[in-house]
Design a protein around this ligand. Structure first.
Ligand code: NAD
Ligand code: UDP
Length: 326
């Protein structure tokens, strides 16, 4: 039997030591596959995968995907890229390189090994959208020269590369547009809204609302997202996407803060800070395509997912007390 058809596959996960990547490695390992986790630890950490390191079917390689990689694999999940605005704006040139050069390298690897390859793209390709909720056929409204462009345009170019490799080289591709995802193993200093608010609530420091807190996001629990990614990879070759993966339960940032305060029983005050440049006003996925193509929809509601995430952060704080989270 051809290796690619075998139920036990050799799977490369780039960004495997990151938040989503570590959950994905865990799930693919539990399904019986051989996992090669590649990461340069820019935002990821060994702690995220420490529990997998002794596993005989798990291998870790420190590598930056902006450089070529020569390994033999059947499938590639290309997740490497910082996802938090704080981190991707810290070294914007490297962020673009990771999306563009990194994708070229991983697509080249897929072409040589005839592997199937999935891109972790993002709802940021829609920018600050005029269409709501966002469907996959909406082309987006991105400022190409703003501080978010290194990430947004990097991912847009990565999508272009994936589709051109598909058309030009008949590569088997899958493109997932991931909406805001949260859950255990987000880094406490990651800078994203869910981890910031939970850490602030748990440490009794003020909750930092940017702008008036009226902007909306739709938050997907990580287990649901990982399930969607695997379903997409395992779907028929004709299902290439792009497909939105996210939770259509939309809420304002202020409402998120209030829910976290209620769930933690925290007395933290709300404090207002300037809205970052180009911060999208609203974001909510239309997931009709994922429902129809993958039979997928999120199973975890925001309340339940937040409760699980808070429990994780509480335990992490008890193990290593944090300093300040302003
Ligand atoms: P994360 O920052 O926790 O993980 C990214 C991982 O990629 C880290 O382990 C980091 O060290 C690694 N990495 C970065 N640059 C690299 C490079 N050049 N070479 C090798 N490794 C590199 O972020 P995450 O939330 O787990 O996001 C994973 C993927 O999903 C990213 O591609 C991100 O763009 C995408 N995504 C995430 C979200 C979300 O809400 N979490 C939303 C949309 C898209
Ligand atoms: N945000 C906030 N306070 C914070 C962090 C973020 O109000 O401490 C807001 C941010 O301005 C944005 C939303 O929360 O409107 C989501 O931000 P995040 O960085 O998590 O992800 P984004 O969707 O902007 O990439």
């Amino acid at each position: 039997m051809k290796r690619g058809c075998h139920p036990r596959r050799r799977i490369l996960v780039t960004g495997g030591a990151g938040f989503i990547g570590s959950h994905l490695c865990e799930r693919l390992l539990a399904a019986g596959h051989d996992i090669l986790c590649v990461d340069n630890f820019y935002t990821g950490s060994r702690d995220n995968i420490a529990h997998l390191l002794g596993h005989p079917r798990f291998e870790l390689l420190r590598h930056d995907i902006t450089f070529p990689l020569y390994v033999e694999v059947d499938e590639i999940y290309n997740l490497a890229c910082p996802a938090s605005p704080v981190h991707y704006q810290n070294d914007p040139v490297q962020t673009t390189k990771t999306s563009v050069h990194g994708s070229i390298n991983m697509l080249g690897l897929a072409r040589r090994t005839r592997a199937k390859i999935l891109l972790a793209s993002t709802s940021e390709v829609y920018g600050d959208p005029e269409v709501h909720p966002q469907r996959e056929d909406y082309w987006g409204r991105v400022n190409p020269i703003g501080p978010r462009a290194c990430y947004d345009e990097g991912k847009r170019c990565a999508e272009t590369l994936f589709f051109d490799y598909h058309r030009q080289h008949a590569l088997r591709i899958k493109v997932a547009r991931i909406f805001n995802t949260y859950g255990p193993r987000m880094h406490p200093d990651d800078g994203r809204v869910v981890s910031n608010f939970i850490m602030q609530a748990l440490t009794g420091t003020p909750i930092t609302l940017y702008g008036d807190g009226g902007q909306t996001r739709s938050f997907c629990y990580v287990d649901d997202l990982v399930d969607g990614l695997i379903r997409l990879m395992d779907s028929p070759d004709a299902c290439i996407g792009p497909v939105n993966l996210g939770n259509p339960e939309e809420c304002s940032v202020r409402e998120l803060a209030e829910r976290i305060l209620a769930l933690t029983g925290s007395a933290s005050a709300l404090t207002f800070k300037p809205l970052p440049e180009d911060d999208p006003r609203q974001r909510c996925p239309d997931i009709a395509l994922a429902r129809q193509m993958l039979g997928w929809q999120p199973a975890t509601g925001l309340e339940d997912g937040l409760a699980r995430t808070i429990a994780y952060f509480r335990a992490a704080c008890a193990a290593a007390p944090p300093e300040s989270h302003q």
